[in-house]
Design a protein around this ligand. Sequence first.
Ligand code: NAP
Length: 288
Amino acid sequence: MLYGTLGNGLQVPLVGLGTYKIPNEEMHSVLEKAFECGYRKIDTARYYKNEEAIGKAISEIGIPRNELFITTKMDVESLYKSISFLGHKRKLPIRKQSLRSALFQQLERLHTDYVDMYLLHAAIPKYYEYWGKEVKILYNEGYVKSFGVCHFNKSDFELYETELKELPMINQIEISPFNTNKEIISYCDGKGVRLEAFATFGTTKKNPVAATELLENEIITVIAKKYGKTPSQVILRWVIEQGISVVPKARSEKHLLENIDIFDFELSAEEMQSIDTLNKDNKWRYFR
Ligand SMILES: NC(=O)c1ccc[n+]([C@@H]2O[C@H](COP(=O)([O-])OP(=O)(O)OC[C@H]3O[C@@H](n4cnc5c(N)ncnc54)[C@H](OP(=O)(O)O)[C@@H]3O)[C@@H](O)[C@H]2O)c1
């Protein structure tokens, strides 16, 4: 397994397992297969309602905690409730739970006393300041080994930097050949913010299965044939060759094996560029 390095020196496995929509009753068997295939990084979130199943499976399987890299996320907006104030229509957001107590519940569910990466799940500007201040305290206390955000574009980073006087370490965003997201990749590269990709197979929130149109695309299939690889392996390789880590979700042994077996070939600059030409800004904004 190859690693990328965060601004604080932490090593991040380039390929991890996305777990959204893996049924809880399958979690033990999927994680067991994943660990056998060599995965050590798991991507989850409070919102996925699978942290408990993941924590239980990890304990039962018995992988030492220090060999694992666990990412979880917090939908900070759910820590707040809105109340009408003074009878006006305007709503006042009142915090009903602290990030600290929410994280502690997540740690308990995950059967661990720290997470390797903690991400702000939704890019909602009014919560950046609270998240940024609180996560930094949890980071300094060692409960969180690195922290970052999801779905951030340039204006989100500018606001975050103005409010927090620093930048998050990682930005998890959609990246696929149909949605190359070059502008934000170049912005993050320039600012030293690492990127992590999801929906690499052209999935969308409405349709969370790999897009046949992408996996059967001629440019991708010709390259795959040349290297004796599958289209999905070519797509994942195209992502990691940009210095970006990935968290493909997979349930079957075939997919799990394929997605991690991408370190024995390399795409040429021309092949990388030809895949770039497939971009059609096919984004699905998850939380906006
Ligand atoms: N930060 C965020 O807001 C956010 C948003 C979305 C996702 N994520 C994270 O990113 C992870 C991955 O994203 P995603 O779930 O949107 O989609 P994805 O990983 O791009 O695609 C998953 C789909 O691709 C299929 N697949 C997996 N490997 C394959 C292969 N080798 N060949 C053909 N098909 C393959 C899966 O099938 P099977 O399941 O049948 O194997 C599933 O239908 C999520 O699970 C989650 O952890 C984060």
